[in-house]
Design a protein around this ligand. Structure first.
Ligand code: ADP
Ligand code: MG
Length: 238
């Protein structure tokens, strides 16, 4: 595990600034949710942590290391996307093992990691199935399994549940939280859904229009929203 420090980070696309100096400290092992309306910059910030977008200004550190100039593969992170494309011609086990292609671990250890991830995610009976033989929730679990087997320092999730129906979405929230309680991997989770944020987060970062409006626990935001935006967005009476 590792902490993630985002210090005064800016991002411009073709001269237009979309992140205006964002600072967030994510302690080792915490589950932090970035929440805010569509277009406020959540995915951009997450992609910068992953190394998928250049950083225009400021610094991002993972553990003790400033990662601004490190390519994604050299950052100890693993990202779960909303459109969790699995390889259709590979079994569940092969899909998970494939994400370790570049890892230096011996074959036996890789197999052990797949077995452990499958056990944690209740996928053991499904290891030989192909993606088309799985339900939406099972596919999402395989996508998480692909991240787990890499043993990353940090998990990044970008709206992983938004393609699932309402009932499954609620069930998967609990599964992701249970996974975090078991592995205690530092997690940055992006959603535009305030209920998801309130039910899952240790700390919530409320973003609006490229800025951080407030950082706090769900209770702190509910009881002491910093401004009208936070109060309205979170839906607290304050
Ligand atoms: P969110 O994930 O919160 O919905 P994004 O991070 O996707 O927001 O987008 C933040 C802002 O940056 C938006 O105004 C969006 O239009 C803009 N943006 C995102 N990606 C690009 C890009 N590749 N080129 C230009 N503008 C972009
Ligand atoms: Mg987004």
């Amino acid at each position: 595990m590792a902490s993630v420090a985002i210090a005064n980070v800016t991002k411009s696309y073709a001269g237009l600034e979309v992140l205006h100096g964002v600072s967030v400290d994510i302690p080792d092992g915490q589950f932090v949710v970035l929440v805010g309306p569509s277009g406020c910059g959540k995915s951009t910030l997450l992609r910068m942590i992953a190394g998928l977008e250049d950083i225009s200004g400021g610094t991002i550190s993972i553990g003790a290391k400033v990662v601004n100039d490190l390519p994604p593969k050299q950052r100890d992170i693993s990202m779960v996307f909303q459109n969790y494309a699995l390889y259709p011609h590979m079994t569940v086990a092969e899909n998970m093992a494939f994400s370790m292609t570049l890892a230096k671990a011996p074959k036996a250890e890789k197999a052990a990691r797949v077995a452990k991830a499958a056990e944690i995610l209740s996928l053991t009976p499904l290891l030989d199935r192909y993606p088309r033989q799985l339900s939406g929730g099972q596919r999402q679990r395989v996508a998480m399994g692909r991240s787990i087997v890499r043993n990353p320092q940090v998990f990044l999730f970008d709206e992983p549940l938004s393609n699932l129906d309402a009932k499954l979405r609620v069930a998967m929230r609990a599964e992701i939280k249970a996974l975090h309680q078991r592995l205690k991997t530092t997690t940055v989770y992006v959603t535009h859904d305030q209920v998801e944020a309130m039910t899952m987060a240790d700390q919530i970062v409320v973003m609006n229009d490229g800025r951080v409006e407030q950082i706090g626990t769900p209770l702190e935001l509910y009881d002491h929203p910093a401004n009208i935006f936070v109060a309205t967005f979170i839906g607290s009476p304050g």
